[in-house]
Every structure is written in structure tokens, then in C-alpha cells.
Design a protein around this ligand. Structure first.
Ligand code: DQA
Length: 141
């Protein structure tokens, strides 16, 4: 199975960005961790990050007939991007929404996910483990 991992805005700043919330490990550390986990689960992962909504939309479109699942941390776009929501709805690829932090335990604006209704589920609050759990969901499919 080919799984696409998409990280959205500001996640390239992991390690430097609000470490009390997001931890001190970097995006590169996350990629290494997930590549290891994926190998153990006999999955293939492709890893992408962008701060631009359009890139994320294009990658979701391009995943059709290529990837069997997408793990998406859309960052703050989660809370207001109807365009990303529509992109997910437009393809026949299952998407799992992930967050490092527990979005339900933070500011009110983070409690709403406009993309969640188009995903197969949301995993929030477990740091890198949020992504690893998503890999396990795809492994079991
Ligand atoms: C985040 C939570 C979002 O609310 C925030 O805007 C992010 C990161 C998370 O992984 O916890 O950029 O998606």
C-alpha cells in the first residue's frame, strides 16, 4: 500500500515552533519515525509539506489511483479551508485527519474541523503517535 503523508502550514517549523505544545522534534524526525514504522507495517510512505493551500489541494487530487490512503495534518487550514474539504470529497482516497496536539483542549477555534466530515476519522493529541496510529489504521484495511 502507498500512503501519502501531507503536513500543512507551519509544520516545517516543528522543533522550533511552540515546543511546549508541539515538542522539540523536527519534521525530519517525524519523517524518519514514520518511514521506520511504515517499513515495519509493510507500507510505503511518501512525505510532503507545504505552507500553501493550493499545493495541498493539488496533492490530494494527484493521489487518486496512486495512493491508497492519505494522512493529513492540515494545520490551521483544518479549521477553515472549505477548499481542502472539497478536494478530499472530490477523490476516492480515504483520508485520516491527524493533529499533534489535542485540538479539542485548546482555543475554541481549533475545536471545529471543517474537513473532518470528509475523512474516515480524526486522531488528535498524541504527537508523532497520532501519525503512527493512522498508519496502523491503513495497515488494517
Ligand atoms: C495542529 C493543530 C492546529 O490547530 C494548528 O493550527 C497546527 C497544528 C496540530 O498538529 O496539533 O498548525 O494541526
Amino acid at each position: 500500500q502507498q500512503i501519502l503523508v501531507i503536513n500543512g502550514p507551519n509544520l516545517n517549523r516543528l522543533g522550533k515552533r511552540e515546543p511546549a505544545i508541539y515538542g522539540s522534534s523536527t519534521l525530519e524526525d517525524l519523517q524518519k519515525d514514520l518511514e521506520k514504522e511504515a517499513a515495519e507495517l509493510s507500507l510505503n510512505v511518501t512525505f510532503k509539506q507545504s505552507n500553501s493551500e493550493g499545493d495541498i489541494i493539488d496533492w490530494i487530487h494527484d493521489s487518486e489511483n496512486v495512493h491508497q490512503g492519505i494522512i493529513l495534518n492540515a494545520g490551521a487550514f483544518t479549521h477553515y479551508s472549505y477548499a481542502i474539504r472539497d478536494a478530499i470529497a472530490s477523490v476516492d482516497v480515504p483520508v485520516i485527519e491527524v493533529h499533534l496536539s489535542n485540538v479539542h483542549a485548546r482555543e475554541d477555534f481549533r475545536k471545529e474541523s471543517v474537513i473532518a466530515p470528509e475523512t474516515i476519522g480524526q486522531i488528535s493529541g498524541f504527537g508523532f503517535l497520532s501519525y503512527k496510529l493512522a498508519l496502523q489504521v491503513f495497515r488494517s484495511k
